[in-house]
Design a protein around this ligand. Structure first.
Ligand SMILES: *Cc1c(COP(=O)(O)O)cnc(C)c1O
Length: 254
């Protein structure tokens, strides 16, 4: 996030070549972080987050080889998915969802990473069943103990996960978190450690059909730490697309 120290300023990618080199740079750093802890870099998926990026630039990013994009807000994601329907990219919603928008998500998304309530699970499942669709979901966990953050408290996750097999259209894949907003790398890393430890503890007792392999954690300012702590998905916006004018507080109410 923007409040974190960055060893490289973000550059706005405009051409296909810009995107190719930005993506290469991020992938190189993912590979280096994975190597440092003896992980296979192929086990880490890069999810580029295109929120606020206009559609003409998204087209160039897709021409550089992207097949799935992350968006935070439903309305923006839906508009882009419609206007870019010719591109054959998949859409992953990574931001908080209100039940009244479940219908939209069920219609266009292939993944939802911010599941944090029974009501949203119910609403999504109902809409998906009606459409005959399924959806990959990750449960969002608040690992930083900040009241402003979305997500379930870690201690609420085990019982929440046990209720999920009821919702047969939801394919549970794992957990997602946002680290604490701080420049203190150890505190950030601690959030990622907490998510991994929770996942490891839950994995053995997970109900049938509930997969807990995925750990979505890490953003532009901290994805290398996340990879070292076991991330299988890093959600990277600004390091791929360039700096965002919209402040993060628009996405994480404080
Ligand atoms: C915007 C966003 C990201 C990416 O943030 P960057 O700082 O642009 O890398 C990751 N996760 C979520 C939930 C987001 O909304």
């Amino acid at each position: 996030m923007t409040a974190r120290p960055l060893d490289q300023p973000y550059r706005t990618a405009r051409t296909v070549a810009d995107f190719t080199s930005a993506l290469d740079a991020v992938r190189t750093r993912i590979a280096a972080a994975a190597a440092e802890v003896g992980r296979d870099p192929a086990a880490v998926r890069l999810l580029p987050v295109s929120k606020t990026v206009p559609e003409d630039r998204i087209r160039r990013a897709v021409a550089a080889g992207l097949v799935r994009l992350g968006e935070n807000k439903v309305q923006e994601a839906r508009r882009k998915s419609e206007n870019l329907a010719d591109l054959d990219v998949e859409w992953s919603l990574v931001g908080h969802l209100q039940t009244n928008k479940a219908k939209d998500v069920a219609a266009f998304a292939t993944e939802f990473q911010a599941l944090d309530s029974l009501r949203v699970a119910q609403a999504l499942d109902r809409r998906l069943q009606a459409l005959g669709r399924g959806l990959d979901v990750l449960v969002q966990v608040n690992t930083s103990d900040e009241p402003s953050k979305y997500g379930l408290a870690p201690e609420e996750v085990p019982s929440f996960v046990r209720t999920l097999p009821t919702f047969t259209a939801l394919r549970v894949r794992g957990l997602m978190t946002l680290a604490e907003l701080t420049t203190d790398r150890e505190r950030v890393r601690g959030c990622f450690t907490r998510l991994r430890v929770l996942r490891d503890r839950l994995r053995d007792s997970a109900p049938d059909g509930v997969g807990l392999d995925d750990l979505s954690m890490g953003m532009s300012g901290d994805y290398e730490l996340a990879v070292m702590e076991g991330a299988t998905c890093v959600r990277v916006g600004q390091a791929v697309f360039g700096p965002r004018a919209v402040p993060d507080s628009a996405y994480w109410p404080t």
